[in-house]
Design a protein around this ligand. Sequence first.
Ligand code: ADP
Ligand code: ASP
Ligand code: MG
Length: 408
Amino acid sequence: MALVVKKFGGSSVATPEKMMNVAQRILAEKALDDKIVVVVSAMGDTTDNLIKLSNAMTDSPSLREMDMLLTTGEQVSIALLAMAFQKLSVSSISLTGPQAGINTSSAYSKAKILSINTNRIQQELDKGNIVVVAGFQGINTASDVTTLGRGGSDTTAVALAGALKADVCEIFTDVDGVYSADPRVVKTARKMQEVTYYEMLEMARLGAGVMQPRSVEMGQQYGVPIHVRSTFTQDKGTIIREEYTMEEKEFIIRGVTHDTNVAKVVVLGVPDQPGIAYKIFSALADNNIDVDMIVQSVRNNATDIIDILFTVSLSELNQCRSIVEATAKEMGALNVVIDETLAKVSVVGAGMLGSPGIAATMFGALSKANINIGVISTSEISISCLVDQAEVKNAVNAIHHAFFKEEE
Ligand code: ADP
Ligand code: ASP
Ligand code: MG
């Protein structure tokens, strides 16, 4: 007997027919005594459409009401999938995140799962039900529904797999695994047989939207192997795990990622005094806004001023803008300039730790493609550059070609 958590993303359940195919596939793969928990996302573009609907009402809805709205998408999916099982004469039950015992922090729109009370799920599994759980949602201590950030159904699935000590967590999606770059952007991207949590987490953070970063973190924390595979074919996909078991460990660079959900904020002419960076970034932290690249310019000795530059997600820019403008005014900065026309391209690989020349190869590829680099930042296992958004596809392809050309 195995206990398996299977997650199906929005495009996998976009229509009633696709939903029925998902139910049939689950049954076809299920051994008689297997226990199955299915996590589903909202159908197709439902979440985006709900966001548009909210904009028709106000352009600054409260995050609490947004969560109330967006959680309805997943609720539709669980009810319909349970009905598909009914049609196939299989006992199943749908549970919302709160009913499934998923307790989260209070941060609406990007809540974190704090604990899972699995009693209800266990009872339903013991009764022989296939348990269908709404992804992307939970409940906070105020008894309000919360959402886990875009792509959060991945995190629901991996967290449930950890809490239930499942044998595996399968993420079914519209690609057949994790690739060395987004296969929709780089035609020659190669499918990975396996990738470590460490490298996948960095790729996910830097834009590889196939997995929500938090879900990879959870997988690592609970030691849950994650199998990313296609809803539409039977092929084996990519296993995300702690260590490599095959020759793939030889790769210096694992992937090239890109992220267009980026805004650059520059605070110009800040007095060069102790506590200035603290003022800006603590104001953002107090409002739960994540800051990514940070660069401080060299002091201008004639004027005693510096510039501070950082990036945030485009989706949090409006909130960020008002906070930074107020803080800049308070400390007498000259101006705040915002750029929404950029994108971030990155290379990721644990092998770069002992391999000089990775940055040179990346910058060389961009130079050859005549693409200008804005800001550069690095971590232990990645290098990122800001480029013009219009150039992002060329940039990813040029960099991918430079690192993977012998396989193309
Ligand atoms: P789902 O709705 O199933 O959660 P997503 O759209 O969130 O699906 O994630 C799948 C998409 O992730 C793919 O269609 C692909 O375009 C994108 N993607 C980005 N980077 C990668 C990558 N490195 N490997 C595979 N897919 C990627
Ligand atoms: N429906 C949510 C989204 O579109 C969650 C998910 O799909 O994982 O982001
Ligand atoms: Mg997703």
